[in-house]
Every structure is written in C-alpha cells, then in structure tokens.
Design a protein. Structure first.
Lengths: 370, 195
C-alpha cells in the first residue's frame, strides 16, 4: 500500500470576470474552492483536472488535519505512485459552481440582494462548469491539460472539455458515464427532487433564512440515490438479509442491516449537503445532452474533439451501464477519434469508479503515462 | 518474407486500419511507425489490452463473437484479422462483417491441410499438435480449423474476392514448395480479400 498525499489545503480563486451562463443569466463574483496536489512542471505540461460527480467536491485526496480523518473522495486513486501519480502530475480538483463546499452556490450570498441565493440560484450546465474550470486553468497557468478525468457526472465534464476546448486538452478519461440520461435516470432524480421539495421544511427553497432545513427530504433523496449507486450483488454481499438484533421484531424500526446502512448514509449526507445544491445538480445531470444541438447526432457533437479519450465502464453498474459507455465509444469511433474502451469486471455497481481495482488502476496509469 | 512484412507491403501510407484480435498491438505499432496509419485495435484479453494502452494504441475491449455491428460500413481502409478467424464461433459471419467494414481485409490462418498435420492424422490417428498448432484438442482455442482449400471455398461461397495470397512454411518463409502446393506445404497463409 503506497503512502498517501498527507496533509492538503484548500484554496480559493475569485473568477476575474462574470460568467454568462447557458441559461442566459450572468453570474457575478464567482468564487471557486479547489485543491491541488503535486507540482506543476516548468512547461506546465503535466496538469490533470479532476472533475467531481453529483455530490462530490474539491477534496479529492489527502486529509486536512488528522490522518485518521476520512481522506478525500478519490484518495484511493490520487497520490504518490497511485493511478493518478502526484509525483508525476499536477492534479487540480475544483468544487463546481452551484456546490455547497465553498464555491459559489445556492448557499452563497447574492451580491445584488445581499441575501442567500437559495432557490434563485440560476440553473447551471456542464458547459458552464467547463467554462469556469477554464478560467481556473488560466489562473494556474495551465494552457493545456495533460488530461481531464472524471467518473459519472465527472466523466461528462471531461468529455465536454474535449468538445469545447479541443486545443486545451490532450487526453480524457470518461469513467462510468453516459452521453445523456435515460428516462429511468431522470425518474430517479425526480424522486429525489420530490423528496426534498415536498418536505415542509423546504419552504420553497428559502430555508437558509430560517432555523429549519429539509433534512428529511435530503435524507430520503440520498437513500434513493445510494441504492442506484450500488449493485444488487454488492448489497447482497455487504448486507444480505442480516438482522441488526438477530431476530425479527415485527415492527418498522431498523431491522435489516441494509436499512441501518441507508439511514446512516442519509443522515450523514443530510447534515453536510445543501438541498438547493442537490436539486441543481440533479437538474444539471438531466439536462446534459451534447447531441441535442445536432438533432440527436452524437457523432456530429464529437466532431471538434482532438483529445485521446479512454472510456471505462463497470460490469455491475446499472445506473450508467456499459451499454451507455458504448454509445459514447461508438460515436467517437464513427467520428474517427482516438478512442480506447475498457469494460472492467467489478461488483461495486456505479460506485466502482471510486475503488482502486487492479485492472482499472493499471489502465488509468498506463493511459496517463504513455 | 514474413507475415509482418507482407502486411506492411499491402498497406498504403496513412490508411485507416482496424486490427481485430490485435493482441498487444505489435502489427499496429509496426504500421504506425512505417506507414503512419490511423490505428484501432479490438481485443478481449485484459493484459494484452493494457499493453496496447501502454503502447499508446487505441484499443476497444470487445468480444468479436458478439458482433461488429458498431463498426460502420467501409469505415476502414483495411481490416486485419490475424490468426483469429479460427477461434471465432461464426467464421462465415465474421468474414462477411469484416468485408463490410473494410475496403480491403487481410486475413491470416493456420493451415490444417499442412503435410505434417495430414501425416500425424494418417499415421498416428491423433489430432495433430504442431508448431503452428501447438495445443491439444481439448484445450485449443482453435474451434474452427480449416485447410486453405476450405477457406477459399467459403470465400467464394459468400462472394468474397481473394486478391492476394501467400502461404508460408512452419518457419514463416515462402518458398518454391509453398508457392506451388500451398495447401500441402503451407503451415499458414495470408490473404487479401474484399467483397
């Protein structure tokens, strides 16, 4: 087991200009919270952008104070001698706009009204995120990323980088992603949104000015989401039908281990995440569809791409199944782009992209380092 | 002349080449270096795929037996299928598919009609284990072995033209014998075909 990154610090960057969003609105005074690991080399050619998923943030690796605290969300893959080797690469991970961990989002103060944005925060898109990340790249003197890497919604950002800034990126790893959401994906997101919106404490999104917040709704939203991140097999292996007290109590308290786990996950999440941000992120996922402007023709949407792209899927992922990754691969092939595709055997479902499975690690490091 | 040299000679500069069953990408690497081709490999073996990635070759993990429908008609100048067709479940379908995808195809096959194989079968009454066919009947990946004669019959059956053909002895050399009686003295052969 290689040593981790050790202590890391979060940084902050105020965008030098306003951002005209895809929805037509302009966002002002934007701040991005981000972390960097490793050193940028002399010709600034070793920078890698990490794009986080739905509920992720800038804290991708290492720890802040105590080495016993939970490390960053992709610590298994980022660090010295890991898949994304910080001895070789300068790794950058921002918290995206709309987030709730430091970057400007619904829980920030709107400079015009001096009040929380709350539900009035504009609906942002993957394209808006990529535009803001490009400004961060300028700030860090990165003219061209060696690579952008992301899982799930993060993979969509990596792909969007290749489409929108073909001259500013050499490689991308698009992991456990899809070219757009399916009706089933949107349906799950809508259940999550309804859980939040129908919580009386949601107060049409203006809960930040009050003493209450829609924790029950957010908790439910996370529980539903979490089920879609795991596979049937992973749940069976982890919990089976194990009973917490070893016997049935014929009631509705926690009885099965899986119930206890989901409630715990929901509790932790509802304490640390903002409900308006969750609504925003699920909407942004629903909207993502690069082919839309090309009458559904993904091949056309990929025409501008110059980067080498490695698409990775996981066998047990049913949220964004291997079939969805193949849609991306086949369109890239038809557009005659440099494409590599791997389907990794894994039982962790959609969450597989977070685990340092051997084959996955080897492929990622080989792709980044060749 | 060895197989690699022949493949190299048959491929024009800057071609788009698809190698089905590309292994570690040896053929594609050679062609990238000498012919500046645009290469795509298809492979199913994990460790070989990783070698391709290390070598900087575009590689798609895909089981050819499950079809090639994701490749568009005539989207490659050349499709290579080297020592692969005999391990496939449906060689006839594979032949039709590769000639659909490529303007030209290069196929190499081991020859079950080689004199050594014939002799072992005739004298020992056993399935031949030879240099080009080193596995026993129970563990060979080669589930559809054929002779050169058989292969050519199948091609004509599905209206595929054979435009070039070279057969080799077991050391990979072409000589007067393999040229005159390829189906007897050839241990393997390479074909250029198209539809």
């Amino acid at each position: 087991m290689s040593k981790g990154l050790g202590k890391v610090i979060k940084q902050s960057f105020k965008l030098p200009s306003d951002l005209l969003l895809e929805c037509g609105k302009t966002l002002k005074n934007i701040e991005l919270t981000y972390e960097t690991y490793g050193e940028l080399n002399a010709d600034a050619s070793n920078a890698i952008l990490i794009c986080h998923a739905l509920s992720g943030n800038h804290h991708a690796a290492g720890y802040y104070e105590d080495e016993n605290e939970r490390p960053g969300w992709w610590d298994a893959l980022i660090g010295p001698n890991k898949a994304i080797d910080t001895d070789k690469f300068f790794v950058v991970c921002p918290n995206n706009i709309g987030g709730c961990h430091g970057s400007t989002g619904p829980s920030s103060i709107n400079p015009e009204t001096k009040k929380f944005y709350g539900p009035d925060f504009p609906v942002i898109t993957v394209k808006d995120w990529v535009n803001s990340q490009a400004l961060l790249a300028d700030h860090l003197n990165v003219k061209c990323w060696h690579a952008a890497i992301g899982g799930s919604l993060g993979g969509m950002q990596a792909l969007e980088w290749c489409r929108l800034f073909p001259d500013r990126i050499l490689k991308a790893s698009v992991i456990a992603a899809a070219p757009k959401l399916s009706a089933q994906n949107i349906a799950f997101n809508e259940v999550a949104r309804q859980a939040i919106i129908t919580d009386p404490d949601f107060q049409e999104g203006h809960y930040l000015d009050t003493e209450k917040s829609p924790k029950r709704g957010l908790r439910l939203a996370r529980m539903v989401g979490h089920i879609t991140y795991l596979s049937d097999e992973a749940m069976r292996d982890k919990f089976g039908r194990e009973l917490k007290e070893g016997k049935l109590n014929f009631g509705f308290d926690v009885e099965f281990e899986v119930e206890s786990y989901l409630r715990y996950q929901g509790d932790v999440f509802s304490e640390s995440f903002d409900a308006n941000t969750y609504l925003l992120m699920t909407k942004l996922l629903d909207y993502y569809d690069p082919a839309e402007k090309y009458h559904g023709n993904l091949v056309k949407a990929f025409e501008t791409i110059k980067a080498k792209i490695m698409v990775i899927s996981f066998s047990s992922d049913w949220r964004f199944s291997p079939e969805r990754s193949k849609e991306i691969v086949n369109a890239l092939l038809a557009a005659e782009k440099d494409t590599t595709y791997l389907e990794i055997e894994s039982s962790h479902g959609h969450d597989s992209f977070l685990f340092a499975e051997d084959r996955y690690v080897n492929a990622l490091s080989a792709f980044l380092e060749n | 002349m060895k197989t690699l040299e022949i493949i190299n000679n048959w491929i024009a500069k800057d071609s788009k080449v698809l190698d089905l069953g590309c292994g570690k990408g040896e053929i594609l690497l050679d062609l990238i270096a000498s012919k500046n081709i645009k290469a795509v490999g298809v492979e199913i073996d994990d460790s070989k795929i990783n070698e391709c990635i290390s070598n900087g070759i575009n590689v798609i993990e895909q089981n050819i037996d499950e079809g090639l429908a994701n490749f568009i008609d005539k989207s490659f100048d050349v499709v290579i299928m080297s020592q692969t067709i005999q391990v496939l479940r449906d060689p006839k379908k594979a032949l039709k598919e590769i000639t659909r995808i490529g303007n030209e195809c290069i196929v190499t096959i081991p020859n079950f009609g080689h004199w050594r194989a014939r002799l072992i079968l005739l004298l020992k009454g056993k399935m031949p284990v030879t240099g080009p066919l080193p596995d026993s009947w129970f563990n060979t990946p080669n589930i559809h072995l054929c002779t050169l004669e058989d292969f050519e019959l199948l091609c004509s059956d599905v209206s595929i033209q054979i435009t070039e053909k070279v057969s080799f002895d077991s050391k990979g050399n072409s000589n007067i014998f393999t040229r005159t009686w390829p189906n007897f003295f050839g241990a393997s052969a390479i074909y250029k075909i198209s539809n």
